[in-house]
Design a binder for this molecule. Structure first.
Ligand SMILES: [Zn+2]
Ligand SMILES: [Zn+2]
Length: 410
């Protein structure tokens, strides 16, 4: 193995073999499938079963994987083939990853390269190569503070829904930094365990605001012939998404510019001139028809834009997959060397992943850095670096090597 990978492997080994390293035991470990990606061989070992974290730690010490997972599902026989495992239930899990969120950094720090033809570029990886239409890309990503900030915003919206609309107490929500550029939220409550994929899809639709009846533009059946949706009455009550739409409409009006209005198809400048009166009378008091010159159609447009702003941009596939493997709490992320770590839901805004998730504590090393923007790690601001040799903490060196942006200097 080349020297840089060997260095990372050594640091991962130190982490897993250190007796002071805490890897919390997942709930009901003997009913879960364990899996890990081999560091050197790059293959996934799956369908393993352990009745305690202690036994699994022995394997981690010996194998030192690059990534470690367990199933969200509970099985009668976690070590059997998929179709014979005997599904009992699953935690309800949400994955919020900057990969799925439009960010103000526009991911300009990410690079992609088509595996087939070599076409490359910066920003979000396209789904298909514009040159050869292949779908496989090599990527080089970065987790900047704007990426994390936008993931945090989406996580906050989700947590608010789980608490206020679904009724889970904050203490029952397990909130984690994922180790890369996002958050995981697990609900392990017994009431969710037996939900099938369809039921989970309903929850996903709620969280993403898909198919909100209140925004339905169709004229309900039974309406007199040809009545246009613009004559439909607009109203919102005070619960669930209705409340969220009102909050979103208020937020939008408070900060919108004329250009913002135009971008959602509204040209009525009096919306901004009279916004305080509009917010008070219409949004707060529900007198939607009392504002001269503001039609139901305008309210529908504003509500639609509030729906987009208030929806939480979760990775929908993760939540509906009842057999999903999810990164294990306390283990290292192979793309960063940071650990997945749990923190109280109430601390979402104050928990700094670039401090709290640093797992590799000791040592410095000289590395040749190719290209890195300014970044923060372990409370220090580092970089930017371009084609230079610098001495970094082991944690920073591991992150840059894992991200393909540095090598151990000879
Ligand atoms: Zn291509
Ligand atoms: Zn970013």
């Amino acid at each position: 193995m080349e020297a840089s990978r060997e260095f990372v492997y050594q640091k991962f080994t130190d982490y897993y073999c250190d007796p002071s390293t805490v890897i919390p035991e997942p709930n009901l470990p003997s009913q879960r499938e364990f899996a890990y990606l081999m560091f050197k061989e790059r293959f996934m070992v799956r369908h393993r079963m352990f009745d305690s974290i202690k036994r699994f730690r022995a394997v981690l010490n010996e194998m030192v994987p690059s990534d470690v997972y367990h199933s969200c599902a509970y099985y009668k026989n976690p070590d059997f083939d998929m179709d014979k495992k005997g599904w009992i239930g699953a935690d309800l899990v949400f994955d919020i990853d900057a990969d799925h969120i439009p960010t103000s950094c526009n991911k300009i720090h990410d690079e992609f390269r088509c595996v087939k033809c070599g076409f490359s570029g910066r920003g979000l990886t396209p789904e298909t190569c514009p040159v050869c239409e292949a779908k496989k890309f090599e990527t080089r990503t970065w987790a900047c503070e704007l990426c994390i900030d936008s993931a945090r915003t989406e996580a906050a919206k989700l947590i608010d829904m789980l608490e206020n609309d679904f009724g889970f107490s904050l203490e029952k929500l397990h909130v984690f930094f994922s180790g890369h550029r996002g958050y995981h939220i697990h609900v392990e409550d017994e009431v969710v365990r037996s939900l099938d994929a369809m039921a989970r899809k309903e929850i996903v639709d709620y969280v993403t605001g898909l198919g909100l009846a209140v925004l339905d533009k169709e004229v309900p059946a039974g309406k007199k012939h040809g009545k246009r949706s613009s004559t439909r009455k607009f109203s919102l009550h005070n619960f669930g998404w209705n409340r969220r739409l009102k909050l979103g409409m208020e937020k939008f009006l408070l900060t919108a510019t004329k250009d913002d209005l135009r971008s959602v198809g509204l040209r009525n400048a009096s919306l901004l001139q009279n916004k305080d009166m509009i917010i008070k009378r219409a949004i707060n008091e529900g007198r939607w028809e009392s504002i001269n010159g503001v039609s139901a159609q305008t309210w529908f447009k504003l509500a639609k834009c509030a729906q987009e702003a208030e929806a939480s941009k979760i990775d929908t596939v993760v939540t509906t997959d009842i057999h999903r493997l999810i990164r294990m709490n306390g283990t290292l992320h192979g793309k960063t060397g940071l650990k997945k770590i749990e923190f109280p839901a109430k601390d979402l805004q104050t928990f700094d992943p670039f401090v709290g998730a640093v797992a590799i504590k000791k040592g410095e090393v000289k590395v040749l850095v190719s290209d890195v923007p300014e970044f923060k790690l372990g409370g220090k601001t580092l970089g930017p670096y371009k084609n230079q040799v610098v001495e970094l903490s082991s944690a920073a060196a591991v992150m840059l090597i894992c991200k393909g942006r540095a090598k151990v200097a000879d």
